[in-house]
Design a protein around this ligand. Sequence first.
Ligand code: PEP
Length: 254
Amino acid sequence: MNNRRPLIAGNWKMYKTCSEASETARHLVKLVADAKDVDIMIAPQFTALAPVSEVVKGSLVSLGGQNLFWEKEGAYTGEISAEMLIDAGCSHVIIGHSERRQYFGETDNTVNKKINSAIKGQLIPVFCVGETEKERESKDTFSVLDKQITKGLESFSSDQLEKLVVAYEPVWAIGTGKTATSDQAQEVHQFLRSMLEKIFGDSFSKTIRILYGGSVKPENIAELMAMPDIDGALVGGASLDAETFSKIVLFKTK
Ligand code: PEP
């Protein structure tokens, strides 16, 4: 038992028009209206943020961006800043998702800069880490995660990272239908928490939330949430449908 409040976050990736996103959000708000023991966040694509923020206003559902750039404003075509995400109604931002690392050249260094701008702008960073299938097979999981955490969080103090959320997302489990077993996930979450303890101290590591992500669905959330170091989920595919996502949100064991 711990005092960490679960967070169930939905990453809608590059799906849904503004009206589709608003409709899903409207439905979700109703379905989770009584979910007072869990934090809920959805991250629609950028153009849907402002309309969806109107829909979730005053509800239990928070809004997040899927990415940001570290400058406040300027000649950075195609980018968006922490201030702009806040202006559109966001409280959270996903940083370092494996799809951004894989397709858009995101590195531990750019992730570090993005976390810095998120915390300066008062956004809660949902910082994603995870190993590829090849790295797991060659038994490099822990060294890969060690590097992602050390570099991604380099030069921050524990006070600055007070609201940080870490998401462990094994790349081989994202969108593949393959979920890490709850024991595999727990082993990594425990490792991540012990790393955070080494870097930032005991009380920090005990309060920070570590989410699991990778083919989470209503059928496996119970088993995952029963693990002592799993504090919630970052959900891709299964978050796109309000009914399905609400079943994940409404499951609570802790
Ligand atoms: C994700 O994109 O963060 C994710 C975990 O996707 P999925 O749930 O579809 O595996």
